[in-house]
Design a binder for this molecule. Sequence first.
Ligand SMILES: C[S@@+](CC[C@H](N)C(=O)[O-])C[C@H]1O[C@@H](n2cnc3c(N)ncnc32)[C@H](O)[C@@H]1O
Length: 275
Amino acid sequence: VYLQDSDIMAIDRKNSEGDVALATGSLYASIWDEFEKEEWERFADGLFRRWSPLPVDEGFFDGKRCLDAGCGSGRAVRSILQSGAARVCAIDAGEGCIRNTVERNREYADRLETTVASVLHIPYPTGCFDVAHCDGVLHHTTRPRTGFSELVRVLKPGGTLIVGVLGRGGFLNAAISFARVFRHLIPKPFTARLCRWLIRDRMLWYAVIDAMYVPVRHTYSKAAILQWFSDAGMTNVVRVPMKWGPYALGRWMSGEGYLKYMATKPKSARTEGTL
Ligand SMILES: C[S@@+](CC[C@H](N)C(=O)[O-])C[C@H]1O[C@@H](n2cnc3c(N)ncnc32)[C@H](O)[C@@H]1O
Protein backbone atom coordinates (compact mmCIF):
# COMPACT_ATOMS: atom_id res chain seq x y z
CA VAL A 1 0.00 0.00 0.00
CA TYR A 2 1.37 3.43 -0.95
CA LEU A 3 -0.04 6.81 -0.06
CA GLN A 4 -0.09 9.64 -2.59
CA ASP A 5 1.74 12.90 -1.90
CA SER A 6 -1.48 14.72 -0.92
CA ASP A 7 -2.30 12.03 1.67
CA ILE A 8 1.26 12.07 3.05
CA MET A 9 1.01 15.86 3.46
CA ALA A 10 -2.29 15.56 5.33
CA ILE A 11 -0.91 13.23 8.02
CA ASP A 12 0.87 14.43 11.13
CA ARG A 13 1.41 13.41 14.77
CA LYS A 14 -2.32 13.73 15.53
CA ASN A 15 -3.07 10.74 13.28
CA SER A 16 -3.03 7.08 14.31
CA GLU A 17 0.15 5.04 14.71
CA GLY A 18 -0.68 3.01 11.60
CA ASP A 19 -1.44 6.03 9.40
CA VAL A 20 1.76 7.79 10.48
CA ALA A 21 3.85 4.68 9.76
CA LEU A 22 2.20 4.22 6.36
CA ALA A 23 2.64 7.87 5.37
CA THR A 24 6.25 7.89 6.60
CA GLY A 25 7.06 4.67 4.72
CA SER A 26 5.45 6.05 1.56
CA LEU A 27 7.36 9.33 1.80
CA TYR A 28 10.72 7.64 2.19
CA ALA A 29 10.01 5.12 -0.57
CA SER A 30 9.35 8.05 -2.93
CA ILE A 31 12.73 9.49 -1.90
CA TRP A 32 14.75 6.25 -2.31
CA ASP A 33 13.16 5.63 -5.71
CA GLU A 34 14.91 8.80 -6.97
CA PHE A 35 18.44 7.56 -6.27
CA GLU A 36 20.40 6.22 -9.28
CA LYS A 37 22.50 3.11 -8.58
CA GLU A 38 25.86 4.95 -8.31
CA GLU A 39 24.40 7.79 -6.25
CA TRP A 40 22.88 5.31 -3.86
CA GLU A 41 26.09 3.31 -3.53
CA ARG A 42 27.95 6.50 -2.62
CA PHE A 43 25.21 7.31 -0.09
CA ALA A 44 25.30 3.77 1.33
CA ASP A 45 29.07 3.44 1.51
CA GLY A 46 29.37 6.86 3.16
CA LEU A 47 27.48 5.70 6.24
CA PHE A 48 30.16 3.69 8.07
CA ARG A 49 33.18 4.94 6.08
CA ARG A 50 32.63 8.69 6.03
CA TRP A 51 29.78 10.02 8.18
CA SER A 52 29.65 7.92 11.30
CA PRO A 53 32.20 5.11 11.52
CA LEU A 54 31.27 2.77 14.36
CA PRO A 55 33.82 2.55 17.19
CA VAL A 56 34.29 -1.20 16.72
CA ASP A 57 37.18 -3.45 15.75
CA GLU A 58 37.43 -4.91 12.29
CA GLY A 59 35.55 -8.19 12.24
CA PHE A 60 32.96 -6.94 14.74
CA PHE A 61 30.04 -8.06 12.55
CA ASP A 62 31.64 -11.39 11.54
CA GLY A 63 29.13 -14.22 11.82
CA LYS A 64 26.58 -12.09 13.69
CA ARG A 65 22.82 -12.12 13.35
CA CYS A 66 21.71 -8.51 12.97
CA LEU A 67 18.50 -6.52 12.82
CA ASP A 68 18.17 -3.26 10.88
CA ALA A 69 14.93 -1.64 12.00
CA GLY A 70 13.67 1.06 9.64
CA CYS A 71 16.11 -0.07 6.94
CA GLY A 72 15.03 2.62 4.44
CA SER A 73 16.83 2.03 1.16
CA GLY A 74 19.00 -0.68 2.70
CA ARG A 75 22.20 1.33 3.08
CA ALA A 76 23.11 0.06 6.54
CA VAL A 77 22.02 -3.43 5.46
CA ARG A 78 24.63 -3.25 2.71
CA SER A 79 27.35 -1.98 5.05
CA ILE A 80 26.61 -4.61 7.70
CA LEU A 81 26.52 -7.44 5.17
CA GLN A 82 29.76 -6.22 3.57
CA SER A 83 31.27 -6.21 7.06
CA GLY A 84 30.70 -9.96 7.36
CA ALA A 85 27.37 -10.43 9.17
CA ALA A 86 25.94 -13.95 8.94
CA ARG A 87 22.41 -12.64 8.48
CA VAL A 88 20.61 -9.30 8.40
CA CYS A 89 16.89 -9.13 9.10
CA ALA A 90 15.60 -5.80 7.80
CA ILE A 91 12.23 -4.33 8.64
CA ASP A 92 10.59 -1.09 7.52
CA ALA A 93 7.08 0.37 7.68
CA GLY A 94 7.22 1.18 3.97
CA GLU A 95 6.65 -1.49 1.32
CA GLY A 96 8.59 0.64 -1.15
CA CYS A 97 11.48 0.87 1.32
CA ILE A 98 11.63 -2.90 1.57
CA ARG A 99 11.49 -3.15 -2.26
CA ASN A 100 14.45 -0.73 -2.45
CA THR A 101 16.38 -2.71 0.18
CA VAL A 102 15.84 -6.00 -1.66
CA GLU A 103 16.62 -4.65 -5.14
CA ARG A 104 19.69 -2.71 -4.06
CA ASN A 105 21.17 -5.64 -2.10
CA ARG A 106 20.55 -8.46 -4.59
CA GLU A 107 24.15 -9.64 -4.40
CA TYR A 108 23.69 -10.44 -0.69
CA ALA A 109 20.20 -11.99 -1.03
CA ASP A 110 21.24 -15.28 0.60
CA ARG A 111 22.03 -13.47 3.88
CA LEU A 112 19.15 -10.98 3.84
CA GLU A 113 15.62 -11.40 5.18
CA THR A 114 13.09 -8.56 4.81
CA THR A 115 9.67 -7.83 6.32
CA VAL A 116 7.26 -4.92 6.12
CA ALA A 117 6.81 -4.24 9.83
CA SER A 118 6.97 -1.52 12.45
CA VAL A 119 9.77 -1.00 14.93
CA LEU A 120 6.96 -0.55 17.46
CA HIS A 121 6.02 -4.23 17.03
CA ILE A 122 9.18 -6.04 15.91
CA PRO A 123 8.08 -9.42 14.52
CA TYR A 124 10.96 -11.41 16.06
CA PRO A 125 11.25 -13.35 19.30
CA THR A 126 12.88 -11.98 22.42
CA GLY A 127 16.68 -12.25 22.61
CA CYS A 128 17.42 -13.40 19.06
CA PHE A 129 19.87 -10.79 17.64
CA ASP A 130 23.56 -10.11 18.31
CA VAL A 131 23.19 -6.57 16.98
CA ALA A 132 20.14 -4.32 16.66
CA HIS A 133 20.68 -1.23 14.49
CA CYS A 134 18.10 1.53 14.18
CA ASP A 135 19.33 4.77 12.65
CA GLY A 136 17.15 7.81 11.97
CA VAL A 137 13.87 6.04 12.67
CA LEU A 138 12.52 6.32 16.24
CA HIS A 139 12.04 10.12 16.10
CA HIS A 140 9.65 9.63 13.17
CA THR A 141 7.37 7.29 15.11
CA THR A 142 4.40 7.98 17.39
CA ARG A 143 5.91 6.02 20.33
CA PRO A 144 9.71 6.25 20.17
CA ARG A 145 10.28 4.75 23.63
CA THR A 146 8.20 1.71 22.77
CA GLY A 147 10.40 1.27 19.68
CA PHE A 148 13.50 1.54 21.86
CA SER A 149 12.16 -1.11 24.25
CA GLU A 150 11.35 -3.39 21.34
CA LEU A 151 14.96 -3.10 20.11
CA VAL A 152 16.26 -3.99 23.57
CA ARG A 153 13.80 -6.89 23.79
CA VAL A 154 14.97 -8.61 20.60
CA LEU A 155 18.66 -8.30 21.53
CA LYS A 156 20.47 -11.26 23.08
CA PRO A 157 22.01 -10.56 26.49
CA GLY A 158 25.50 -9.31 25.64
CA GLY A 159 24.23 -8.00 22.29
CA THR A 160 24.94 -4.55 20.86
CA LEU A 161 22.36 -1.83 20.30
CA ILE A 162 23.06 1.04 17.88
CA VAL A 163 20.45 3.81 17.87
CA GLY A 164 20.55 7.25 16.25
CA VAL A 165 17.99 10.04 16.80
CA LEU A 166 17.81 13.76 16.10
CA GLY A 167 19.20 16.08 18.76
CA ARG A 168 17.41 19.30 19.57
CA GLY A 169 18.39 22.95 19.21
CA GLY A 170 20.57 24.83 16.73
CA PHE A 171 19.92 26.82 13.57
CA LEU A 172 19.11 23.73 11.49
CA ASN A 173 16.24 22.59 13.71
CA ALA A 174 14.89 26.15 13.95
CA ALA A 175 14.92 26.49 10.13
CA ILE A 176 13.27 23.09 9.70
CA SER A 177 10.55 23.89 12.27
CA PHE A 178 9.84 27.11 10.40
CA ALA A 179 9.68 25.34 7.01
CA ARG A 180 7.38 22.67 8.48
CA VAL A 181 4.76 25.31 9.27
CA PHE A 182 4.13 25.28 5.51
CA ARG A 183 4.21 21.51 4.97
CA HIS A 184 0.43 21.27 4.62
CA LEU A 185 0.34 24.23 2.23
CA ILE A 186 3.20 23.79 -0.24
CA PRO A 187 2.63 20.64 -2.34
CA LYS A 188 5.43 18.12 -2.09
CA PRO A 189 5.67 17.71 -5.90
CA PHE A 190 6.29 21.47 -6.17
CA THR A 191 9.09 21.41 -3.59
CA ALA A 192 10.54 18.25 -5.16
CA ARG A 193 10.59 19.89 -8.62
CA LEU A 194 12.12 23.09 -7.24
CA CYS A 195 14.79 21.11 -5.38
CA ARG A 196 15.58 19.02 -8.46
CA TRP A 197 16.12 22.26 -10.34
CA LEU A 198 18.10 24.09 -7.65
CA ILE A 199 20.00 21.28 -5.93
CA ARG A 200 22.31 18.95 -7.82
CA ASP A 201 23.31 16.82 -4.87
CA ARG A 202 20.74 14.06 -4.28
CA MET A 203 21.71 13.87 -0.61
CA LEU A 204 20.73 17.51 -0.07
CA TRP A 205 17.54 17.07 -2.07
CA TYR A 206 16.69 14.11 0.15
CA ALA A 207 17.40 16.11 3.30
CA VAL A 208 15.02 18.92 2.27
CA ILE A 209 12.07 16.69 1.33
CA ASP A 210 12.62 14.50 4.40
CA ALA A 211 12.82 17.40 6.86
CA MET A 212 9.83 19.21 5.44
CA TYR A 213 7.32 16.43 4.70
CA VAL A 214 7.96 13.62 7.18
CA PRO A 215 4.75 13.43 9.29
CA VAL A 216 6.46 13.25 12.71
CA ARG A 217 9.83 14.75 13.62
CA HIS A 218 10.77 14.65 17.30
CA THR A 219 14.08 16.04 18.56
CA TYR A 220 15.80 15.17 21.85
CA SER A 221 18.28 16.32 24.41
CA LYS A 222 21.34 14.17 25.00
CA ALA A 223 20.24 13.70 28.63
CA ALA A 224 16.83 12.33 27.57
CA ILE A 225 18.36 9.74 25.26
CA LEU A 226 20.97 8.68 27.81
CA GLN A 227 18.05 8.17 30.20
CA TRP A 228 16.46 5.69 27.74
CA PHE A 229 19.68 3.64 27.78
CA SER A 230 19.98 3.88 31.53
CA ASP A 231 16.31 2.90 32.15
CA ALA A 232 16.82 -0.15 29.94
CA GLY A 233 19.89 -1.13 31.99
CA MET A 234 22.22 -0.86 28.98
CA THR A 235 25.96 -0.68 29.69
CA ASN A 236 29.08 0.54 27.83
CA VAL A 237 27.12 3.41 26.30
CA VAL A 238 29.34 5.27 23.81
CA ARG A 239 28.49 8.06 21.42
CA VAL A 240 29.09 7.48 17.71
CA PRO A 241 30.34 10.86 16.46
CA MET A 242 29.17 12.38 13.18
CA LYS A 243 32.28 13.21 11.18
CA TRP A 244 30.71 14.96 8.21
CA GLY A 245 27.66 16.98 7.19
CA PRO A 246 25.63 19.61 9.07
CA TYR A 247 25.67 17.57 12.29
CA ALA A 248 29.44 17.89 12.38
CA LEU A 249 29.33 21.70 12.20
CA GLY A 250 28.93 22.47 15.88
CA ARG A 251 26.26 23.61 18.30
CA TRP A 252 25.17 26.78 16.51
CA MET A 253 24.24 24.70 13.48
CA SER A 254 22.92 21.45 14.92
CA GLY A 255 22.37 22.08 18.64
CA GLU A 256 22.86 18.79 20.48
CA GLY A 257 23.88 17.22 17.16
CA TYR A 258 22.90 13.81 15.92
CA LEU A 259 22.50 11.54 18.95
CA LYS A 260 23.85 8.19 17.87
CA TYR A 261 24.86 5.75 20.59
CA MET A 262 26.12 2.23 20.84
CA ALA A 263 25.60 0.13 23.98
CA THR A 264 25.60 -3.41 25.34
CA LYS A 265 22.67 -5.32 26.77
CA PRO A 266 24.00 -6.81 30.03
CA LYS A 267 24.48 -10.57 30.13
CA SER A 268 22.31 -10.65 33.23
CA ALA A 269 19.48 -8.63 31.60
CA ARG A 270 15.96 -9.86 31.81
CA THR A 271 15.33 -10.84 28.19
CA GLU A 272 12.00 -9.07 27.93
CA GLY A 273 13.69 -5.61 28.05
CA THR A 274 11.95 -2.70 29.76
CA LEU A 275 8.90 -0.51 29.34
C1 LIG B 1 15.41 8.69 7.84
S1 LIG B 1 14.98 7.13 7.19
C2 LIG B 1 16.38 6.19 7.72
C3 LIG B 1 16.59 4.95 6.90
C4 LIG B 1 17.80 4.12 7.24
N1 LIG B 1 17.83 3.68 8.62
C5 LIG B 1 19.06 4.85 6.88
O1 LIG B 1 19.82 5.22 7.78
O2 LIG B 1 19.30 5.07 5.68
C6 LIG B 1 13.68 6.53 8.26
C7 LIG B 1 13.15 5.17 7.87
O3 LIG B 1 12.35 4.67 8.95
C8 LIG B 1 11.19 4.06 8.41
N2 LIG B 1 10.15 4.08 9.45
C9 LIG B 1 9.46 5.13 9.92
N3 LIG B 1 8.58 4.74 10.88
C10 LIG B 1 8.75 3.41 11.03
C11 LIG B 1 8.17 2.42 11.87
N4 LIG B 1 7.22 2.73 12.76
N5 LIG B 1 8.61 1.16 11.75
C12 LIG B 1 9.56 0.82 10.86
N6 LIG B 1 10.14 1.70 10.03
C13 LIG B 1 9.76 2.99 10.12
C14 LIG B 1 10.86 4.91 7.20
O4 LIG B 1 10.01 4.24 6.30
C15 LIG B 1 12.24 5.19 6.64
O5 LIG B 1 12.63 4.22 5.72
